[in-house]
Design a binder for this molecule. Structure first.
Ligand code: MN3
Length: 218
């Protein structure tokens, strides 16, 4: 007990975040041909890493340092652009890379499958609606599936905003996200966002989404 207590105290003085990214549980080329190795490498080692580095810098010495990433996203005064953009960049890419898999479950099962069927009629109709939203996001941003007040909803956000943030134009607990910044697809698909949006579903693991859905329902 005393040992845990001392550990707890010492952690209070440390930032929760370090500049070490969560390890990617697959190789950069593991998602070929749907997402190419060079895109994965640059996306993970440059974009994602830079968001994390700048996020750690932006919250250093502020009360946010002692909060979880989710808590920081929900801070009512999340107005400092460095925190909002880099914190969002870190949170959003955490989810994005955790959803991708070379051996994905290609359809949801259980309660999530039933909820999607109840709302959209079928998984294919859901994907059509999600893809339409992703295609409709002008410029850089994200498409989301969230659980909002018990209901599944599709939203999009600009820049690195996400539904946890105040003034994001939407709300809810994120279950699934699609990065539609050009850096997520340009090397392979150039301007053809539609081809990337279609290919994404071949490497998106519904088991991860299902897990987040079950957690969000609790
Ligand atoms: Mn990105």
């Amino acid at each position: 007990m005393i040992h845990l207590f001392i550990l707890g105290i010492s952690f209070l003085n440390l930032s929760i975040l370090t500049s070490t990214l969560p390890a990617l549980p697959y190789a950069y080329d593991a998602l070929e041909p749907h997402i190419d190795a060079k895109t994965m490498e640059v996306h993970y080692t440059k974009h994602y890493q830079t968001y994390l580095n700048n996020f750690v810098k932006a919250i250093a010495g502020t009360p946010a340092e002692a909060k979880s990433v989710e808590e920081i996203m929900a801070m009512a005064d999340l107005n400092a652009p460095a925190v909002r953009n880099n914190g969002g960049g870190y949170y959003n890419h955490n989810l994005y890379f955790s959803l991708l898999s070379p051996t994905p479950a290609l359809a949801p099962s259980g309660a999530l499958a039933m909820a999607i069927d109840a709302k959209w009629g079928s998984l294919d109709t859901f994907k059509e609606a999600f893809n339409k939203a992703a295609m409709g996001r002008f410029g850089s941003g994200w498409a989301w599936l969230v659980l909002e007040k018990g209901a599944l909803e599709i939203y999009t956000t600009p820049n690195q905003d996400n539904p946890l943030m105040p003034n994001a134009g939407c709300s809810g607990k994120p279950l699934l996200c699609m990065d539609v910044w050009e850096h997520a697809y340009y090397l392979k698909y150039q301007n053809r966002r539609a081809d990337y949006v279609t290919a994404f579903w071949n490497v998106m693991d519904w088991d991860v989404v299902e897990g987040l859905y079950e957690k969000a329902l609790q």
